[in-house]
Design a binder for this molecule. Structure first.
Ligand code: GLN
Length: 488
C-alpha cells in the first residue's frame, strides 16, 4: 500500500519527525501519477521538476533547523482554473489552452507559504460547467472505483487524484456542488466553505457570486487543516470576509465523546421520488449513527428548494455570460487564424475556443440579462435566491447541521447524462442551494452501493459555522469506517 494512503495529518507528523522527506513523498506522488493516470486521467499537467526542487528546498530548511510551514512539504494538486505563476492554467478549455498566468492565485500563494508542493493541475468540466468532468475539452476523467463511471464534476480531477491516492490533498472550486458532489462520487472528503471565507483572487471566475474554493482530502481532519491554510481575508477579492480564521485542524478534534445536544436536521423535500433506494438507505443509516452518538434528529422543511435548480441555472449562466466576455481573442485567449473583420474575429475565436456547454450557458445568460427579459428572469431569480437563504436561516434556528444525500444516485456511467443537459442539471438538486445561500457544506463517504461505488453524505451549516460542520463530520468518521475504504 502506498505511503499516500496515510492521512495528511499523519504524513505531516512523519515529515516533521524526519521519518520521510518531502522529496520522497513528492517522488511517490509523481510515480503514482505516471503509473495510474494513463487510466484515470485526473491531471492536465504535472510540474515534476519544479516540485522536486521545491521539496528539496523544504527538506534543506528542515534539516538546517529552520521553520517549515503547516503543510510541511506535502504534495498537492490544484484544479486547473486557479492561476499558478508560470504554470499553464487552461480551465480545460481550448480558449485558454496556452495561457500561462503571470501571477499566483491567493490560495496558491497561501499553499506555497505553508510549504505545500504543487505537483500538477487537475482536469475539470470546461470553465467548471458540468457535473461529470466530461465537458473538459481535453480528456475525460474516470472514477478510480470503476473506470466506466464518472468522477462527478466539475472538480473531478482533484477528487480522483485524492481518491486514487496520487496526492494526499487537492483543491477544487464549488459553484453549485463541484467539490462536494465529486467528493461523494469518489469516496473522499470535500468541503465548500462559506462564501467569502476563502479568497477568489486568481480563481478564473465562472459565477462570481457562487464560486468558492475548498479542500479535498482522505479524511476530515486533513480537510480541516487545508481549509485553515487557505482561509482568510484578501483585499484583492472584494467579497472576501475579514474574520479571524479558527484553528480548524485543532478544533475538529475537540469534539466530546458523544454528541448530546447536537441537532441534526433533515429536510422533508430531500427524501422524495427520484432518490436512489441504496442512497436513501445509506443516509438513513447515517442518521442512526448520529442518533447512537446522542444527537437529536429534527425533521424540517425547505419549502423553496424546489426552485433551486431553475434559480441557480439562471444566475450562474447570467454571471458566466458576463465573466466569459473577456475571452475574445484580444484581452485573453485563443485568436482565430482566419477572419475578415473585427466582429468576425471575435466570433471565430470564441466559436473555435469554447465547447458546446459553455456556449449554451453564454447564450442562456445573455438572454436572461437582456433588457426585455431581465425582470422576468434574472431579477426574479435573485428574489427566489433570497427566499432560499431565508429557508436555511429558519432551518438553522432549529438544527445545528443539516444532513442530506449529495446526489440522487451514486456515480453515474460515463456517457449516461452528457447528451442530456437538463438531466445533468437536475442531478445537482442537493448541492446548489448551499451556493445560492452562501453557506458551508461538506461531503463524506457514508456507504457503498451494491456495485461498489461510494455514497456521499452531505452536511450543511449556517454561515461561518465551519468548525461545527467539521466536528460533526469528524464524529461520524470516528464512529464508522467508510473513510478507510480504498478504490485500488
Ligand atoms: N454542476 C453545476 C454546474 O454545472 C455546478 C458546477 C460547479 O460547482 N462548478 O454549474
Amino acid at each position: 500500500m502506498s505511503v499516500l494512503s496515510t492521512s495528511s495529518i499523519e504524513l505531516i507528523a512523519r515529515l516533521n519527525r524526519g521519518d520521510v522527506t518531502s522529496v520522497e513523498l513528492t517522488e511517490v506522488s509523481l510515480d503514482a501519477i505516471t503509473a495510474q493516470d494513463a487510466n484515470i486521467r485526473a491531471f492536465l499537467s504535472t510540474n515534476a521538476d519544479a516540485a522536486i526542487a521545491q521539496a528539496k528546498a523544504i527538506d534543506e530548511r528542515r534539516k538546517a533547523g529552520q521553520p517549515v510551514g503547516k503543510l510541511a512539504g506535502l504534495p498537492i494538486a490544484i484544479k486547473d482554473n486557479m492561476c499558478t505563476l508560470g504554470l499553464k492554467t487552461t480551465c480545460a478549455s481550448r480558449i485558454l489552452e496556452n495561457f500561462v498566468p503571470p501571477y499566483d492565485a491567493g490560495v496558491v500563494e497561501k499553499l506555497k507559504a505553508a510549504d505545500a508542493v504543487i505537483v500538477g493541475k487537475t482536469n475539470l468540466d470546461e470553465f467548471a460547467m458540468g457535473s461529470s468532468t466530461e465537458n473538459s475539452a481535453f480528456q475525460v476523467t474516470r472514477n478510480p472505483w470503476n473506470l466506466e463511471h464518472t468522477v462527478g464534476g466539475s472538480s473531478g480531477g482533484s477528487a480522483a487524484a485524492v481518491a486514487a491516492r496520487m496526492v494526499p490533498l487537492s483543491l477544487g472550486s464549488d459553484t453549485g456542488g463541484s467539490i462536494r458532489q465529486p467528493a461523494g462520487f469518489c469516496g473522499v472528503v470535500g468541503m465548500k466553505p462559506t462564501y467569502g471565507r476563502v479568497s477568489r483572487y486568481g480563481l478564473i471566475a465562472y459565477a462570481s457570486s457562487l464560486d468558492q474554493i475548498g479542500p479535498f482530502a482522505t479524511d476530515v481532519a486533513s480537510a480541516a487543516l487545508l481549509l485553515e491554510v487557505i482561509s482568510g481575508h484578501d483585499d484583492r477579492d472584494s467579497t472576501s470576509v475579514d474574520r479571524p480564521v479558527p484553528e480548524y485542524s485543532q478544533t475538529v478534534e475537540s469534539a466530546p465523546g458523544r454528541l448530546t445536544g447536537l441537532r441534526v436536521g433533515i429536510a422533508r423535500e430531500h427524501f422524495v421520488e427520484g432518490l436512489d433506494r441504496e442512497v436513501e438507505a445509506a443516509i438513513k443509516q447515517s442518521l442512526d449513527v448520529y442518533r447512537s452518538l446522542g444527537a437529536e434528529i429534527v425533521e424540517l422543511s425547505l419549502p423553496h428548494s424546489k426552485y433551486a435548480i431553475a434559480t441557480y441555472y439562471l444566475i450562474a449562466a447570467s454571471e458566466a455570460s458576463s465573466n466569459l466576455a473577456r475571452f475574445d481573442g484580444v484581452h485573453y485567449g485563443h485568436r482565430a487564424a482566419k477572419f475578415d473583420n473585427l466582429i468576425d474575429m471575435y466570433s471565430a475565436s470564441r466559436g473555435e475556443g469554447f465547447g458546446a456547454e459553455v456556449k449554451r450557458r453564454i447564450m442562456l445568460g445573455t438572454y436572461a440579462l437582456s433588457a426585455g427579459y431581465y425582470d422576468a428572469y434574472y431579477l426574479k431569480a435573485l428574489k427566489v435566491r433570497r427566499l432560499i437563504r431565508r429557508d436555511f436561516d429558519a432551518a438553522f434556528e432549529r438544527c445545528d447541521v443539516l444532513a442530506s444525500p449529495i446526489a440522487p444516485t451514486p456515480a453515474f456511467r460515463l456517457g449516461e447524462l452528457v447528451n442530456d443537459p437538463l438531466a445533468m442539471y437536475l442531478s445537482d438538486i442537493y448541492t446548489i442551494s448551499a451556493n445560492l445561500a452562501g453557506i458551508p457544506g461538506l461531503s463524506l463517504c457514508c456507504g457503498l452501493s451494491s456495485n461498489g461505488l461510494p455514497i456521499g453524505l452531505q452536511l450543511l451549516a449556517a454561515p461561518f459555522e465551519e468548525e461545527k460542520l467539521l466536528r460533526a463530520a469528524r464524529m461520524f468518521e470516528r464512529a464508522t469506517d467508510w473513510h478507510t475504504k480504498r478504490p485500488i
